[in-house]
Design a protein around this ligand. Structure first.
Ligand code: F7E
Length: 356
């Protein structure tokens, strides 16, 4: 019999890739889905459908902030491994709904930790806690497991509180709990309101004739971007280590939002020239002069976390983990997937209009 895994946040990018990875390892995979009015719609499960997972996993309705529902589910499943990925994960949104960010990201994690104790699973279950590089905030870079954290957003504060709770429960009750402190990781399944997918979708649309430019916030922001598929493998490796511990997963290389945009346009054979400064800055096609990118203050954050660069040495030395998918490959995969998706959407629309 394979091991049993329970994934909170299974509908997200990481949840879907992790489910696929664990199925490949022979796991029985269960996932938590929050009740939602879209619960019966295809869109709600789109990532699971796109990886052909929906019939190979078991989904349970519950809620991270409803401790009783979590207790019931975990009691029924009796998991060997829990991957706590559920979160309000958009940093800008966490400024707008800070209370929800704390409820879901911190209290939700506390509920999982308490479930393990209440059900007496301390010696049976291993818990992976999805911690985030956003916890480092304005800390000097490169950031690693020993860097003092200075979060700059409600999201970062909520994740840092959850990280500390995980450490306290590990020390206090001897539960196998490990934090993966993951830097930004992207893929074609990334939500469309994160900058990478917003850009690659925009580039794909422009390649198909869109005329208005992509509107972005802070182009100077620098992130250590890796590929989600590498990072879910890392999550699993963290739990297979002989002892519970905390690990940074990162590529060790950073790029600016501007670099990400230029690399994305390069995939469709267009070269960007950056002109003007501040909110007047524009990304212009160097051959045609067409304005392809503009700055829109709507996407600025109350405080911007300018520079994140991870130091993954510990994960490399102890787990033999390293990112395999290069930045250029990641950008290429995302742009090409969006171009393909646009073609499918267009064909479906044509199909629908013929059918009417
Ligand atoms: O922003 C800048 C923005 O929203 C990246 C989450 O997975 O990674 C993610 O958080 C940068 C920021 O990701 C736009 O200001 C410019 O500096 O893609 P993002 P994030 O905030 O780094 C961490 C590790 C997590 O844990 C989080 O859950 O890009 N930026 N213009 C923009 N960002 C967005 N979203 N939209 C723009 O138009």
């Amino acid at each position: 019999m394979g091991k049993v895994a329970f994934i909170t946040g299974i509908l997200g990018q990481d949840g879907a890739y992790l489910a696929e990875f664990l199925l490949g390892k022979g796991y029985e995979v269960h996932g938590l889905v929050r009740w939602d009015s879209g619960l019966c719609s295809y869109e709600y499960y789109s990532r699971l459908y796109s990886l052909d997972l929906i019939d190979r996993i078991t989904l349970h309705e519950g809620d991270m902030i409803d401790a009783n529902s979590l207790n019931h589910i975990i009691k029924n499943i009796q998991p060997d491994e829990i991957y706590n990925l559920a979160a309000l994960s958009h940093v800008k949104v966490s400024f707008e709904t800070p209370s929800s960010a704390l409820q879901i990201n911190t209290v939700g994690t506390l509920n999982v930790l308490e479930s393990i104790r209440i059900l007496g699973l301390e010696d049976k279950v291993k818990l992976y806690q999805a911690s985030s590089s956003e916890m480092f905030g304005s800390a000097p870079m490169p950031q690693n497991e020993n860097t003092a954290m200075q979060p700059c957003s409600p999201y970062g504060v909520a994740k840092l509180a959850a990280y500390h709770l995980a450490c306290v429960y590990r020390r206090s009750y001897g539960i196998f709990i490990s934090n993966g402190i993951l830097f930004n990781h992207e893929s074609p399944l990334r939500g469309g309101d994160f900058v990478t997918h917003k850009v690659t979708r925009g580039v794909a649309e422009i390649s198909k004739g869109r005329c208005d430019p992509i509107r972005l916030g802070n182009l100077d922001s620098v992130r250590d971007w890796g590929a989600a598929q590498d990072y879910v493998r890392g999550m699993w490796m963290i739990l297979q280590h002989s002892e519970a511990d905390d690990f940074v997963l990162a590529t060790g290389r950073s790029r600016s939002v501007r670099d990400f945009v230029s690399a994305s346009f390069k995939v469709i054979g267009r070269q960007i020239e950056w002109k003007y400064e501040g909110i007047n800055e524009k990304g212009i096609d160097s051959q045609t002069g067409e304005v392809l990118v503009v700055v829109d203050p709507e996407f600025f954050r109350p405080i911007e976390l300018e520079y994140l660069l991870g130091d993954p040495t510990k994960a490399k030395d102890i787990l033999s983990w390293s990112a395999q998918i290069s930045f250029d490959q990641l950008v290429q995969d995302m742009v090409m997937a969006d171009i393909e998706l646009l073609s499918i959407e267009k064909n479906n629309a044509v199909g629908r209009s013929y059918a009417q």
